[in-house]
Design a protein around this ligand. Structure first.
Ligand code: ADP
Ligand code: MG
Ligand code: ZN
Length: 642
C-alpha cells in the first residue's frame, strides 16, 4: 500500500482501475479508427478546378463522370488526350447547387452516375451509434469513481482513504497551546511504548477529541502526534463521510478502520467530527441526510467499540462545536478525552509568531512581543497569515527585512481590509466620516477597558469601511465588566453622536455601529443578566441551539416579559447615546479641531493622537452612569431635547 507518499493519495482498489484503463484504450482505438477510415477510400487523382471540368465537358472531352455530393470524378476521352492511363482521371469539387450540371452533361453525351455506396460506410454508422454511449459510460464511470460511492457497487471497493504517511510535523512546530501539548504527549508515549502500559494491564485510550475554534492548530496537533511518534497518519473529514447514498459513509468507516488496523500503530484523524456526530433528532432532516449520518455514526461507534484498545490505533477527532456532538461519542471508551485547544494568549501568540517567522528575515526594530499585544483574538492560523502578509509587504517594497511597520500594516489589513484609495468620497462625505471617526475616538478615550485609541483614518478600507478607528487593548481580556459593556456601547454610538451634533442630521454610515450596539445591549440584558428589572435570568438560549431560519433563539417568555426586555435594551442604548452626546458637547472644540486635522492628514496615530485625546474632559454624570447604568431624570429630559 502506498503509505509513504507525503501527499494525499487515494488508494484505489485495483479491479476498478483495470476496468477504467481498458475502457480508455478501447475508446482511443475507436476514435483513431474513425479518423483513419475516410483516408482509405480509393486512390488519389489530380484535382482540377470546377470551371476546368465544365470546359472539358463542353468541349466534348469527358467520357464518364461520377457525381458525388462533395466530389466529382471524371474520365477524359482517351482519343482526345495524351498521356498515361492515370492522367486521364481527374477529380474536382462541385460547386454547390449547380442545378444545370445534369443538363450540360446530357447535352454533351457524358455518361454519368452517382458514386457506389461506400464500402466502409457501415463503420461510420456503427461508430456514430457506438461511440456516444461509450463516451457517456466512460464519463459516468469516471465520476462514480471520483465520488467514491456508487449506485451499483456500494461498499468496500468504493471507499477512499487518505493516508499521509509520516507527517514530519513536530511538537516544536505548534506553539501557544502548552496544556494541550502536555496532554497529547501522553498519547505519543502510548504509541511509542505501548508495552509499558499493556504490561501492567492498563488500557490505552482509544480516542481524543480536540475542541477549539477554527485555526487554533487542531489539525496541526494531530499531525504532530503522528510525527513525534513516527507513525502513519490517516485523515478524513467528517463531511466527507456524508454521502447522498445511504450506506456509503458506513462502508467508508469500516474500510478506514480496516486500513488503519493493518498499519498500526497509527493515528486516525477525523476532522469536523460534528458533521458526522451531530446529536440525533436535530432539525436537519433534509434529503435523507439524517439517515445517512445516523448509519455512519453508528458504524463509527461500532468500530470504536469493536477493536481492541491495544491494537495501537488511536483516533483523534477535531471539532469546533462540541456541544452539538452526540453524547454517545463522548462515552468512556470512545472519545473519552477532551482536549481544549483555545485561542492563544499574548505569550502564546508571541511563541506562534516566533515559530512562523523562523524563516523570515526581521529587522532589528521588530519586537514580536509588541506584535502579540496588538493581535488579541488572533488564532494560530491568523498569525501565520500575518507573518506572511508582513513579509509580502516588505518584499514588495524591496526591503532587506520585515519591519515593525510592515507588521502594523499587515494587522490593519487583516482587521479592516485593503486600503481602497480608489473609493473617492465627495467633500460632505469626507467631512461626515472625519467627524464620525473622531467622535468614536473621543468617547472611546474616556471609557474604561476599551483600550487605547491607536489610530483614526479616513482612508477607505475593505468592503465597506469609509473610515475607521483602531483601539488596542493593553492586555488580553476574558471578561467584560458591566461598566465596560456600557462604555463599549457609548463608544460605538460616538460616531453617530458626532454627526448629530455637528450636522444636526445623521448619515447611513452608522448602521454597522448600531447593529453592534443593539446586539451588545441585548446580550447584556438577556444573557448576562445585567438588567436590574429582569435580574439574572437567561432569556436567550445559548448560541448553538439556534439554527438560522428555524425560529427564535429566545426562550418562550410571556408578552409582558418580552416588553420589559425590549424597554430595558432600549433604556440601555438610550442612556449610552445620551452619554456619548454629552461627552461630545463638552469637548466640541476638541472634536472640531481633531476632525479638521484628520481631514487634512487623512490619518492620525500614535503619540500625537494620544496627547490630543488626553485633553478630553469627562462630563459630571459619566462616573455615576458607568457605575449604575442610570442617569438622573433631568439629564434624561435634556437628552430628549437634542
Ligand atoms: P484547525 O485545524 O484548528 O482549524 P489548523 O491546524 O488547520 O487549524 O491550522 C492552520 C494553520 O495555522 C497551521 O497549518 C499552522 O500553520 C497555523 N497554526 C495554527 N495554530 C498554530 C499553533 N498553535 N502554532 C503554530 N502554528 C499554528
Ligand atoms: Mg483543521
Ligand atoms: Zn462608526
Amino acid at each position: 500500500m502506498p503509505i509513504d507518499t507525503k501527499n494525499k493519495s487515494p488508494i484505489k482498489p485495483p479491479k476498478m482501475r483495470q476496468f477504467g484503463s481498458s475502457l480508455f484504450i478501447l475508446l482511443t482505438l475507436l476514435l483513431l479508427l474513425n479518423f483513419i477510415v475516410p483516408s482509405f477510400s480509393g486512390p488519389q487523382y489530380p484535382q482540377a478546378p470546377y470551371s476546368e471540368f465544365i470546359a472539358q465537358v463542353q468541349q466534348g472531352n469527358v467520357e464518364r463522370a461520377i457525381i458525388g455530393s462533395d466530389r466529382i470524378q471524371y474520365v477524359l476521352n482517351p482519343e482526345n488526350v495524351y498521356g498515361s492511363d492515370i492522367d486521364k482521371v481527374f477529380t474536382t469539387t462541385p460547386v454547390a447547387l449547380d442545378l444545370d450540371l445534369p443538363k450540360i452533361l446530357r447535352e454533351n453525351n457524358v455518361e454519368f452516375a452517382a458514386p457506389p455506396p461506400d464500402k466502409n460506410a457501415w463503420i461510420g454508422t456503427l461508430l456514430s451509434w457506438v461511440i456516444p454511449p461509450l463516451i457517456f459510460f466512460g464519463i459516468w464511470g469516471f465520476f462514480m469513481r471520483r465520488q467514491g460511492g456508487g449506485v451499483l457497487t456500494v461498499g468496500k471497493s468504493k471507499a477512499r482513504i487518505f493516508s499521509e504517511g509520516v507527517t514530519g510535523v513536530k511538537f516544536s512546530d505548534v506553539a501557544g497551546v502548552d496544556e494541550a501539548k502536555t496532554e497529547l504527549e501522553e498519547i505519543v508515549d502510548f504509541l511509542k511504548n505501548a508495552d509499558k502500559y499493556t504490561r501492567l494491564g492498563a488500557k490505552i485510550p482509544k480516542g481524543a477529541l480536540l475542541v477549539g475554534p477554527p485555526g487554533t492548530g487542531k489539525t496541526l496537533l494531530a499531525k504532530a502526534i503522528a510525527g513525534e511518534a513516527g507513525v502513519p497518519f490517516f485523515s478524513i473529514s467528517g463531511s466527507e463521510f456524508i454521502e447522498l447514498f445511504v450506506g456509503v459513509g458506513a462502508a467508508r468507516v469500516r474500510d478506514l478502520f480496516e486500513q488503519a488496523k493493518k498499519q498500526s500503530p497509527c493515528i486516525v484523524f477525523i476532522d469536523e467530527l460534528d458533521a458526522l456526530g451531530k446529536s440525533r433528532g436535530g432539525a436537519n432532516g433534509f434529503m435523507g441526510g439524517n439517515d445517512e449520518r445516523e448509519q455512519t455514526l453508528n458504524q463509527l461507534l461500532t468500530e470504536m467499540d469493536g477493536f481492541d484498545a491495544n491494537t495501537g490505533v488511536i483516533i483523534i477527532a477535531a471539532t469546533n462545536r462540541p456541544e452539538v456532538l452526540d453524547p454517545a461519542l463522548r462515552r468512556p471508551g470512545r472519545f473519552d478525552r477532551q482536549i481544549v485547544v483555545d485561542r492563544p494568549d499574548k505569550i502564546g501568540r508571541e511563541a506562534i509568531l516566533r515559530v512562523h517567522s523562523r524563516n523570515v528575515k526581521l529587522t532589528e526594530d521588530v519586537d514580536l512581543g509588541i506584535v502579540a499585544v496588538r493581535t488579541p483574538g488572533f488564532a494560530g492560523a491568523d498569525l501565520a497569515n500575518l507573518v506572511n502578509e508582513a513579509a509580502l509587504l516588505a518584499a514588495r517594497q524591496n526591503r532587506d527585512g520585515v519591519t515593525l511597520a510592515d507588521f502594523n500594516e499587515a494587522i490593519e489589513r487583516l482587521v479592516a481590509g485593503l486600503e481602497k484609495r480608489s473609493r473617492v468620497l465627495n467633500e460632505t462625505e469626507k467631512k461626515t466620516v472625519a467627524y464620525h471617526e473622531v467622535g468614536h475616538a473621543i468617547v472611546g478615550a474616556l471609557m474604561p477597558g476599551t483600550g487605547r485609541v491607536e489610530k483614526i483614518s479616513v482612508v477607505p478600507r475593505g468592503v465597506g469601511a469609509l473610515g475607521y478607528t483602531i483601539q488596542m487593548p493593553e492586555e488580553d481580556r476574558f471578561l467584560m465588566i458591566e461598566d465596560e459593556i456600557r462604555g463599549r456601547i457609548a463608544t460605538l454610538l460616538g460616531g453617530r453622536s458626532a454627526e448629530e451634533i455637528i450636522f444636526g442630521k445623521v448619515s447611513t454610515g452608522a448602521s454597522d455601529d448600531i447593529q453592534k450596539t443593539t446586539e451588545l445591549a441585548e446580550r447584556a440584558v438577556t444573557l448576562y443578566g445585567m438588567s436590574d428589572k429582569l435580574g439574572p435570568i437567561a432569556f436567550e438560549k445559548m448560541q448553538q441551539q439556534f439554527i438560522p431560519g428555524y425560529g427564535n433563539s429566545r426562550r418562550d417568555v410571556s408578552s409582558e416579559v418580552a416588553k420589559v426586555i425590549d424597554t430595558e435594551v432600549k433604556h440601555m442604548v438610550d442612556n449610552a447615546h445620551h452619554i456619548a452626546l454629552s461627552i461630545l458637547y463638552k469637548n466640541r472644540k476638541l472634536l472640531e479641531e481633531t476632525a479638521m486635522e484628520l481631514l487634512e492628514k487623512e490619518i492620525l496615530e500614535g503619540e500625537k493622537l494620544r496627547e490630543k485625546l488626553q485633553q478630553a474632559i469627562a462630563p459630571e454624570e459619566l462616573e455615576e452612569w458607568l457605575r449604575t447604568g442610570q442617569l438622573s431624570d433631568d439629564i434624561v429630559l435634556m437628552q430628549t431635547k437634542i
